[in-house]
Design a protein around this ligand. Structure first.
Ligand SMILES: Nc1ncnc2c1ncn2[C@@H]1O[C@H](COP(=O)(O)OP(=O)(O)O)[C@@H](O)[C@H]1O
Ligand SMILES: [Mg+2]
Length: 379
């Protein structure tokens, strides 16, 4: 496995710039997830690594070898990358074992003298790795969708590629299987220290699979970081909502720095977290991000103050109750997720409290463009 480097990579299709200014290093053995809405340039980025697409600008290197750049273009079959697509792309007329062994036998013919061991032994090992031992003699149509995708994974892994690329590989599977496969891919990636780029528009998949998440919008990187950091300290509304539902509360910096205090427009003074550039100056107007589970609603007996509201909607989901709460002082209803021993009825007056050390300040507080489909109440 090798590290993978992008330097100023971009790609246009006529007037459409699908990817621009893409700078990233994926370390050896690291799992990086590209997360973004449909059309944001994920597949184009992956195809440039695989060699199915040529960058218009910039350079891509696998290990120390430039595979694409000005005057350099290494053919896909010379790049040592494994690719798994959404469609399993198995050969229907070949058995599972033949499908898995196919890449290996092609490679053996090509790389003379490179000993790859006994093919059928390696096929059986690869099938065991993806938990399909003994199914080598079946044909693809005799397998479920999940099993077929495991075969596609085994086929990509058996050549021991330097980089593994997966483009929304679980989208065709039902929810339960997706969860199983997610764990499976993460286990394989960790166990074999696979350098991996995984593409998805599903935040849960991104959170579960990534050492680092790269959020993309309109062909451009928005923010890169470990899942916890992107979830906890997003720099923009776009990134916040890419990782899950969020509330954006207006306020003013009371004390500046990486652990600032902010006076919310609703009156309370809260402690927050801020990356560089977010809460640099006292008195600065900012937007604070608070996740729905980090707001605690308490039924209110006394009079309403600026930071209380009325339950507009309550949705009971077993483990959780999801509320929309109208706070007169705020332009949008507030989303709250409660563990909910008691579901609060619509119309209940509540006081809201922000849990300690959960809020963060957006760097790009003024940004109002919301990712499509994410601006609604998520689960
Ligand atoms: N071969 C192509 N010709 C023209 N436009 C393309 C081509 N491939 C991708 N695009 C455009 O590039 C943008 C990014 O596409 P893509 O990388 O497939 O996004 P994603 O995988 O994130 O959905 C889109 O606007 C898409 O229409
Ligand atoms: Mg795509």
């Amino acid at each position: 496995m090798s590290r993978l480097t992008f330097e100023g990579v971009g790609r246009n299709f006529g007037p459409v710039v699908a990817v621009r200014d893409f700078d990233l290093t994926v370390d050896q053995g690291e799992s990086v997830v590209l997360l973004g809405p449909s059309g944001c340039g994920k597949t184009t980025t992956l195809r440039m690594v695989a060699g199915f697409e040529r960058p218009t600008w910039g350079r891509i290197a696998i290990g120390s070898r430039t595979v694409a750049g000005p005057d350099v273009f290494v053919q896909p079959n010379q790049r040592d990358v494994g690719v798994v697509f959404q469609s399993y792309a198995l050969w229907p007329h070949m058995t599972v074992a033949e499908n898995v062994g196919f890449g290996l036998s092609v490679r053996r013919r090509r790389v003379k003298g490179r000993r790859s061991g006994n093919v059928s032994g390696r096929v059986e090992t690869a099938l065991e790795q993806v938990q399909l031992p003994g199914l080598g003699k079946r044909y693809p149509h005799e397998l479920s969708g999940g099993q077929q995708q495991r075969v596609a994974l085994a086929r990509a892994l058996i050549t021991r590629p330097r980089v593994l690329l997966l483009d929304e590989p679980l989208s065709n599977l039902d929810t339960r299987l997706r969860e199983d496969m997610r764990l499976e891919i993460r286990r394989l990636q960790r166990e074999f220290k696979i350098t991996m780029i995984y593409i998805t528009h599903d935040r849960t998949e991104a959170l579960a699979l990534a050492d680092r998440i790269v959020t993309l919008n309109k062909g451009q990187i928005q923010q890169v970081g470990p899942p916890e950091h992107l979830y906890r300290v997003p720099h923009s509304r776009f990134v916040a909502l890419s990782l899950g539902p969020a509330n954006f509360l207006p306020g003013v910096v009371h004390t500046a720095g990486h652990s600032p205090t902010v006076r919310l427009d609703t009156g309370q003074l809260i402690k927050a977290t801020a990356d560089a550039g977010a809460a640099d100056q006292q008195g600065e107007t900012v937007t604070v991000c608070v996740r729905p589970p980090d707001l605690v609603p308490r039924p209110l007996d006394g009079p309403m103050d600026a930071w209380s509201g009325l339950v507009r909607d309550a949705v009971y989901l077993g483990d959780e109750v999801h509320y929309l709460i109208d706070v007169p002082a705020l332009p949008e209803p507030v989303r709250v997720v409660d563990r909910g021993e008691n579901t609060l009825q619509r119309g209940t007056r509540v006081a809201l409290e922000v849990r300690e050390n959960t809020a963060s300040v957006l760097v790009d507080g003024a940004a109002t463009s919301l990712p499509r489909g994410l601006a609604t109440v998520g689960t």
